[in-house]
Design a protein around this ligand. Structure first.
Ligand code: G4P
Length: 535
């Protein structure tokens, strides 16, 4: 029987991030096919076709339900036990997307080779950098016309501020795409685009060659051969050296080129990625670093999924197991509630199905039935050893609305609803200093959350809202302690607000105004994340 150490050692838990349409779903699906977790292509795709009516909560939930099922997937490959965390994009983009990255030990960034780094990738990337987790880059769609590979790696380096190490290098692109050259193994993996479904074919197609060997003229053509030789010479001379330590600290991103749709370069990528990335890493807590291999179970809450059925207020809470082994019969301590309990209906999501599980190990993600007691960031641990994990940061919302209840007699419902929905992490609430609670500013990361909030207030809390859209797009926490906000010099369209812990924040209409505030107020420190106790 595998020991606790072996079980944890073979776990790899990573998030997959990309701008919508770069190919994240396609790549995930190919991983699952290799792992035997799904039997055919198209199984993960369902979500894209189910466009929802935005104001229909049941529909939204249905949509979210699907994205939950496909949002944490576990499969086995080559002796590894792999947990993939999907990061919802499109309209589903929300604070959940950021928080998912807090549960991962590394990230795979999928980039469309014709587009390069796009906006959404940039935002998610910042969170990875903040956590210093390893970041692997898969440059996708090489079977289409692509930008120069040098431009692409240059852009990753300059825009994301990370060094790169191309593990392989493309030979042509689009109709001229011949495959990739593996810089370490010094072989060519040829691309033959006749049969998209032939699994493993490309792996078998590796050809050992010396660059400059005349046989290569035949394989890829004289012109591409010459370009490849020049490119590799340039790369060997000018690019960063491979350094596994830098990879593990998120300072150097190994870059792979391929085409997920045609299943080219996916398995070599998966294999190298699994070797280079880490097993579950230690997490910081009130008691210092928690060793994942420790016997004692611990986990934290990173996501709460409200129930679609109004008659049942229960929710599913997602936990990232951080140390030891979870057993469904065991007593655990919910630290923030200071309560001993058994976790109810622990489940794991295996590709498309939910399964009640008996055990889980550090690195795994489990969902538990939650009658409304957990909040984002809560710690659950063995009663033998009580501590709290570092809080999950709060991320800057980008859409804001001022709201109050239509019926003044419904004040209680209003307060309860806003507080509970905020506790689930779907919205953030702010107030203007010196005003009462009957009017709050709601901030969200993704615009859909505003509609979900309004719908739920009406349907679950019987509270209709007066709302006023606000034109702010940026919010920053003021990091300076003991600052007198009244003395700040701010442009007339900048607003001071407070979160419910009393922290002061500034709402801005443009990035220009943020710069202006920083220039006019020497020593002012603003931050896009509120790191709670990290500060
Ligand atoms: P996402 O999850 O990142 O949003 O992207 P997704 O995998 O859904 O891919 C977006 C589109 O790009 C899909 O086409 C998909 O088939 C295509 N695609 C993904 N990888 C590659 C690739 O390596 N090469 C090429 N040529 N296309 C790729 P679609 O037409 O929008 O969807 P579908 O009708 O194929 O499902």
């Amino acid at each position: 029987m595998a020991s606790l150490k072996d079980e944890i050692n073979r776990r790899r838990t990573f998030a997959i991030i990309s701008h919508p349409d770069a190919g994240k779903t396609t790549l995930t699906e190919k991983f699952l096919l290799y792992g035997g977790a799904i039997a055919q292509a198209g199984a993960v795709k369902g979500k894209k076709n189910s466009r929802h009516a935005v104001s229909d909560w049941m529909e939204i939930e249905k949509q979210r339900g699907i994205s939950v099922t496909s949002s944490v997937m576990q499969f086995q490959y080559g002796g590894y036990c792999i947990n993939i965390l999907d990061t919802p994009g499109h309209q589903d983009f929300s604070e959940d997307t950021y928080r998912t990255l807090m549960a991962a030990d590394s990230a795979v960034m999928v980039i469309d080779a014709s587009k390069g780094v796009e906006n959404q990738t940039r935002k998610l990337f910042k969170v990875c950098v903040m956590r210093h987790i390893p970041i692997f880059t898969f440059i996708n769609k090489m079977d289409r016309e692509a930008r120069s590979p040098f431009d692409l790696v240059e852009q990753i380096e300059s825009e994301l501020g990370i060094q790169t190490y191309p593990v392989n290098w493309p030979i042509g692109c689009g109709k001229e795409f011949k495959g990739v050259y593996d810089r370490e193994k010094k072989h060519i993996i040829s691309f033959e685009n006749e049969d998209e479904t032939a699994f493993g074919k490309h792996k078998a197609a590796a050809t050992e060659v010396e660059l400059g060997d005349p046989s290569l003229d035949e394989l890829i053509g004289a012109e591409l051969h010459s370009t490849l030789s020049d490119d590799i010479e340039l790369l060997d001379g000018a690019s960063y050296d491979f350094d596994i330590d830098k990879v593990r600290h998120g300072e150097l991103s190994p870059v792979f080129f391929g085409s997920a749709l045609t299943n080219f370069g996916v398995e070599p990528f998966l294999e190298r990625f699994l070797e280079m990335t880490t097993s579950p890493t230690a997490r910081m807590s009130s008691e210092g670093l928690i060793d994942p291999f420790s016997e004692d179970f611990s986990a934290f809450v990173f996501k709460i999924q409200a129930n679609m059925n109004k008659a049942h207020r229960d929710r599913i809470t997602f936990l990232r197991v951080c140390s030891g082994k979870f057993d469904k019969e065991m007593d655990v301590l919910h630290v923030q509630g200071n309560k001993k309990m058994r976790l109810s209906q622990p489940q794991q999501i295996m590709a498309q199905e939910r399964e009640i599980i008996d055990e889980a190990y550090a690195g795994d993600i489990i969902g538990v039935f939650d009658p409304g007691i957990f909040a984002i960031g809560d710690t659950i641990c063995s009663p033998k050893r009580k501590f709290e994990f570092e809080p999950i940061p709060t991320f800057a919302p980008e859409h804001f609305m001022r709201v109050r209840q239509k019926d003044t007699l419904k004040r209680k419902q209003f307060e309860k609803g806003t507080a509970q929905i905020a506790q689930e992490g779907a919205i953030q609430i702010f107030k203007e200093p010196d005003t009462g609670l009957e009017e709050v500013i709601v901030g969200v990361v993704g615009v859909l959350q505003l509609e979900v909030f309004e719908y739920r207030m009406k349907n679950e809390y019987n509270c209709e809202l007066f709302k006023e859209g606000l034109s702010y797009s940026y919010i920053r926490w003021i990091d300076n302690k003991d600052i007198d906000v009244k003395k700040l010099k701010l442009s007339s369209d900048t607003k001071v607000v407070q979160d419910f812990k009393g922290n002061f924040l500034l709402l801005f209409t443009s990035e220009w105004n943020i710069r202006w505030a920083l220039e006019k107020n020497e020593g002012l420190e603003l931050s896009e994340f509120n790191r709670g106790a990290l500060q």
